[in-house]
Design a binder for this molecule. Structure first.
Ligand code: CA
Length: 241
């Protein structure tokens, strides 16, 4: 069976984006479109993409910068760079920043789709075995990951990007101990030895949202001296009351 490849398109020009989205979707790819580099990095920090189509000329952080940031973060997602005609420097810079291939605008859609399918074929991309469902349930809580929405006995509210990123990590690594360093690095992109109460305050906030009794957590547990652990279904013996 052909896997459904998630593709991220980073393109600020609406009419170009529209055409590419339409054609990628027609080929069966699952397309996410963002219009700037910051949004691209945010998306890629939380999602497993098979390919990034990255325009060089973007408002704010340009495509070359996005590419460098991804490679610095050890993200090896294949990148197809879109450069302007005649900008040979961009092509060279793109490849040296870690892009895998480039296309010069204007290009034909046929060529674009061939390039995309060739890159995906070579990449051997596999959906993550631990990919999360759209809706994740634990305790009396329902988290709609795709919509950043949480329903809890205390009400329904929207989660921030950081909260969502943190929850995804906990859900994916359910039952495993996550060190402070690991969480700081993967949620905030901070050095693992950063001295900060940010993480602690964050855990306190998650407990207030999702624990029946935030002072006696059952889901977001502290593992003394080691870090934190998320438990989806607490066993009855872990509580005495
Ligand atoms: Ca552009």
């Amino acid at each position: 069976m052909k896997p459904c490849y998630p593709v991220l398109l980073v393109e600020d020009e609406p009419h170009i984006a529209e055409g590419l989205i339409f054609n990628l979707q027609a080929e069966g790819y699952q397309v996410t479109h963002v219009e700037n580099g910051e949004a691209a990095l945010e998306h890629l920090a939380a999602h497993n993409c098979a390919l990034v189509v990255l325009d060089v000329m973007l408002p704010g952080m340009n495509g070359l910068h996005v590419c460098r940031r991804l490679r610095e973060a050890e993200n090896q997602v294949p990148i197809l760079m879109l450069t302007a005609r005649g900008e040979e420097e961009d092509r060279i810079a793109g490849l040296s920043e870690g892009a895998d291939d480039y296309l010069t605008k204007p290009f034909s859609l046929k060529e674009f789709l061939l390039r995309v399918s060739g890159m995906l074929r070579r990449s051997n991309w596999q959906p993550r075995a631990d990919s999360l469902p759209d809706t994740y349930l634990f305790g009396s809580n329902r988290i709609k990951l795709a919509d950043s929405l949480a329903s809890t006995p205390r009400g329904e509210f929207e989660l921030t990007q950081l909260e969502l990123r943190m929850l995804r990590i906990f859900f994916r690594k359910e039952g495993q101990i996550l060190s402070r360093g690991e969480l700081l690095e993967s949620v905030w992109g901070m050095a693992p030895d950063t001295e900060t109460r940010t993480l602690y305050n964050f855990i306190v906030r998650l407990r207030k949202y999702f624990e029946k009794d935030p002072s006696r957590p059952e889901h977001f547990l502290t593992v003394r001296g080691r870090g934190y652990k998320f438990i989806r279904k607490p066993s009855p013996t872990t509580r005495t009351d």
